[in-house]
Ligand binder design. Structure first.
Ligand code: KG4
Ligand code: ZN
Length: 342
C-alpha cells in the first residue's frame, strides 16, 4: 500500500442508545463526530428499551450520517472504508447500523469493515494520544462490559480478566436507581459523590472468579440495597451523597487494585482506560495517582470519546482495514461478540 496516502473511514455506531457517525482520517484524526443520544426517551422508563432504541436509530441514522459527511466535507465515494459496530450490543439496534453500512458500502462502492464495540472503546485512546502504540494494558469499563485487556498489537487482544456478573456501569446505574438518582446512573453518582464522604459506609470489595484479575459487582450492589433496607427499617436517615461516594469508592478500589496487579505482573509502561465509566472523575483521579506512583504513563479519552460514539469505531476500523479485514454484504449483528473474535 502507498504509505503516503491518507485513509478516510466512515464510522457508524448503533449498538445501544446512541446513533452515531464519524469521519476519521488515518485512524487518529477526527474530522467529524456526530452523536444523537436517546437518553431523554429511555430516562422515562428507567433504562434502555431495545424496541424504542431500534425505532429511534431508524429515524435518525440517515440524518446523523449526512451531518457527519457534511461537517467533514466528504462525499460517500471518497471513503476508503465504512466501519460499523456489529457486536456486542442489542440485536435490533445493531442491525440498523449494520444494514445502513451495508447499503452505504454497496451504493458508494467502498469496502465494509465490521468492528467489535469493545475494540472501538479501546481504540478511542488512539485519537487523543497520537504517540500511543501497543503493547499496553487497558481497562474497559462500560455499561455492558468490564474487561482488563492486554493490547498486544493493533487488533490483537488478550483478556486478562472480566466481570463475572454485572458490568461496572450496570452497577452504577442500578445503585443510582436504588438511591433515587435515576437513569443514567454513572454521571449522577459521579456528581453527587463530590458532596459525600467516601469512607462513611464500608461496602465490600469482591475478588472472585477463575482469574485474579476478574471482577464482580453484584455483591456490592446487594450490599448497598441491604444497607438501604436496614436503614429504612431502623427509620434512620439515608445520606444519598454518602451512599453514592462510598459505593463509588468500592468500585474504584477494585478497578484500581486489579489493574495495578496486572501492570506489576506484565510490566507494561502504559495503561489506558476506556468506556463510559472511564469518564468517572474519581476513577480517573485514582488511576492517575496509582500510575504516577509506578511511573506508568496513563491515557484516557475525553468524556465524549469514553461514552458510545462513532469516532472510536472509525479508529478501530482503520486498523482492522489496514490488517486486511473486510466484511461481505452478509455481515450480521452478533449480540454476544467477544473481543478478538471475528
Ligand atoms: O460505553 P457506554 O456509553 O455504553 C456501553 O457500551 O455500555 O457506557 C455507558 C455506561 C453507563 O452505565 C453509564 O452510567 C456509565 O457508562 N457512565 C459513568 C459515567 N459516565 C457514564 N459511570 C460512572 N461515572 C461517570 N461519570
Ligand atoms: Zn459502549
Amino acid at each position: 500500500m502507498d504509505s503516503k496516502k491518507d485513509y478516510y473511514i466512515l464510522g457508524i455506531e448503533s449498538s445501544c442508545d446512541e446513533t452515531a457517525a464519524a469521519v476519521v482520517k488515518n485512524g487518529r484524526e477526527v474530522l467529524s463526530n456526530i452523536i444523537s443520544s436517546q437518553i431523554d426517551i429511555h430516562t422515562l422508563y428507567g433504562g434502555v428499551v431495545p424496541e424504542i432504541a431500534s425505532r429511534k436509530h431508524i429515524e435518525r441514522i440517515n440524518q446523523v450520517v449526512d451531518e457527519a459527511l457534511k461537517e467533514a466535507g466528504m462525499k460517500p465515494e471518497e471513503f476508503d472504508a465504512v466501519g460499523v459496530t456489529y457486536g456486542p450490543g442489542l440485536v435490533g439496534p445493531l442491525l440498523i447500523g449494520v444494514s445502513f453500512a451495508k447499503a452505504f458500502s454497496y451504493a458508494a462502492n467502498v469496502p465494509l469493515v465490521g468492528v467489535n464495540h469493545i475494540e472501538g472503546h479501546i481504540s478511542a485512546n488512539f485519537i487523543e494520544n497520537p504517540e500511543l502504540e501497543p503493547p499496553f494494558l487497558c481497562l474497559v469499563v462500560s455499561g455492558g462490559h468490564t474487561h482488563l485487556v492486554r493490547v498486544n498489537d493493533y487488533g490483537k487482544y488478550e483478556i486478562l480478566g472480566m466481570t463475572q456478573d454485572d458490568a461496572a456501569g450496570e452497577a452504577f446505574d442500578k445503585v443510582a436507581r436504588a438511591i433515587g438518582l435515576g437513569y443514567p446512573g454513572g454521571p449522577k453518582i459521579d456528581k453527587v459523590s463530590k458532596e459525600g464522604d467516601p469512607d462513611a459506609i464500608h461496602f465490600p470489595r469482591a475478588h472472585v472468579g477463575d482469574s485474579e484479575y476478574d471482577f464482580s459487582f453484584s455483591g456490592l450492589k446487594s450490599a448497598v440495597l441491604n444497607y438501604l433496607n436496614s436503614m429504612e427499617m431502623k427509620h434512620e436517615e439515608i445520606v444519598q451523597a454518602d451512599v453514592a461516594a462510598s459505593f463509588q469508592k468500592a468500585v474504584v478500589d477494585v478497578l484500581v487494585q486489579n489493574s495495578m496487579k496486572a501492570l506489576d505482573r506484565y510490566g507494561d509502561k502504559t495503561f489506558a482506560i476506556a468506556g463510559g465509566v472511564a469518564s468517572n472523575s474519581a476513577l480517573r483521579a485514582a488511576m492517575k495517582k496509582a500510575c504516577a506512583e509506578r511511573n506508568i504513563r496513563f491515557c484516557h479519552p475525553s468524556p465524549v470519546l469514553c461514552t458510545d460514539n462513532a469516532a472510536m469505531i472509525g479508529a478501530a476500523a482503520y486498523y482492522d482495514f489496514m490488517a486486511g479485514c473486510r466484511a461481505g454484504l452478509d455481515l450480521n449483528a452478533v449480540p454476544n461478540l467477544r473481543l478478538g473474535e471475528r
